[in-house]
Design a protein around this ligand. Sequence first.
Ligand code: UDX
Length: 449
Amino acid sequence: MKIAVAGTGYVGLVAGVCFAEMGHQVVCVDIDEKKVEVMKSGVSPIYEEGLQDLMRKNYAAGRIDYTTDYASAYKDADAVFLGVGTPELPDGSADLSYIATAARQVAENVEKDSLVVVKSTVPVGTNDKVDQFIQDFLVHDVHVEVASNPEFLAQGSAVYDTLHAERVIIGTETAWAEDRLKAIYEPFNLPIVSVNRRSAEMIKYASNDFLALKISYMNDIANLCELVGADIQDVAEGMSYDERIGSKFLNAGIGFGGSCFPKDTKALDYLADQNGYELQTVKAAIGVNTKQKTALFRKASNRLITFSGLKVAVLGLTFKPGTDDLREAPSLDNVPLLLSKGADIYAYDPVGADNFAKLYPEGPNDRGSITYVNDVEEALKDANVCFIFTEWGEVKAIQPEQFNELMRTPLVFDGRNIHPIEEMENSGVEYHSIGRKTVKSQLRSGVSQ
Ligand code: UDX
């Protein structure tokens, strides 16, 4: 089938490439000419495992192309997937202007019967509005319908998640739309759940917000574990054997970030408000997460008199490993706090440092300073304090004795519970983490105690 994809962010580009991989003829549309040139040259604009290889393979095979010329892309497409952004507005609602623009461009240019498929996460009821909007602006005498097909990929494993999705949700209002969307997904050979459009839209929010709740619940329990002398990792393990609970998403830490959970919890809360309903569970998850992001900083502030004049190693800046994305990353909450308290930060991140440096350029900042370094050792060398914000492989690989050898005072605040408590005991490192006991050690001088 001939497929056009609007938007070449995580959702659009990964979908486009995977459709091409499955044998469809794909054209990806983006307004950014430079980005289109970069993609044509075989370079992925985002860091995502396996994506660039598939882009090159399918471009060489003539199955995928990139363009800014939306009119010709939409003209004869059997389906147009909308994967444009739906960023959060200041009131927590989703900005639908990119969806509206793309929908109108389709309506004005499509010259054959076509299915418009909304892949972006949109509030319940949006597909109905997009459908009406398209009928209003349709120029040619063709049949166009709208279907919902929410995306469940996680960054860092986007291609794998798309090709091996646990389920494909399709939300349609007619058999014609359902059949066409099923035909597109047929070569993927994945379980398909076919529902109406509003249910499909809700499945996306309900799934993401459930996961956000699950993490926040564990963070809440972790904070209580600290107070009563329990260990959150042992608690999680004990819970995980219950198949009704499952073993995934039980990791307590420094709060969830990324482009989905923070945005989608606020959007569903907003939708409930708009409908006169108080969504207490999701509101609680939002509240717990906001507080959790600075839990480690508060711990460190209670432990130290000041950060002024201290070399502070920051390991990991991105919201999770495997991506260069900084959206809603806990580092964005903690770095300014540390700078305001006079910390001299030495930050390491294997792929996120360049993006972070755009927000916090190297040099003096507030009452402290920030320097970007190329490896973990450089960050830890002579440091007084170390914060772990992202569980990158090279951060997980640090041995307790390395903290001890490299740091001036091995005082570690681990926001990802990377190190087993037993390993840290007798290592000479003072080790604080989330929901577990603090490992105390007699530190060398160099930090006010
Ligand atoms: C998420 C969903 O997983 C995906 O299905 C949806 O389509 C988009 O949102 P993503 O944001 O890419 O994907 O990453 P994910 O791996 O889910 O992690 C989100 C955040 O939760 C990260 O900040 C991560 O560190 C945090 N997290 C995850 C925890 O704190 N604990 C956990 O147990 C799992």
